[in-house]
Design a protein around this ligand. Structure first.
Ligand SMILES: [Zn+2]
Length: 104
């Protein structure tokens, strides 16, 4: 049984790198906002959580969330992010049109 209501909350949970499986104990509040964690060596090598690439979903990378780990949040893009994705797509289309000759 864990002692309840500790005055000094030293509670730690074990989390693991979702690329190599390395485990570390961290404070829960440091990682609660993230759906995936990648350890620093893996993150440096470009390691990322294995998540499906879906339209309307974004994978947000936050550096150094718990000392040894980078945090990733895989979630539905909010309205603003969706708008910027749409804008980027529209810009790409406009750029294509421009190089395709002009009318007028
Ligand atoms: Zn790792």
């Amino acid at each position: 049984m864990v002692s309840s209501m500790g005055k000094h909350s030293q509670h730690r949970i074990e989390v693991s790198c979702c690329v190599c499986g390395t485990t570390r104990e961290v404070r829960p509040f440091l990682v609660k906002d993230y759906t995936h964690l990648v350890c620093a060596p893996c993150a440096r090598k470009g390691g990322r959580p294995d998540v499906p690439q879906r339209p309307g979903m974004v994978l947000v990378h936050t550096y150094d969330v718990a000392g040894y780990f980078d945090g990733f949040t895989y979630r539905i893009a909010d309205a603003e992010e969706r708008a910027s994705l749409d804008r980027a797509a529209a810009l790409a289309r406009a750029a294509q049109r421009e190089t395709g000759g002009r009318s007028g």
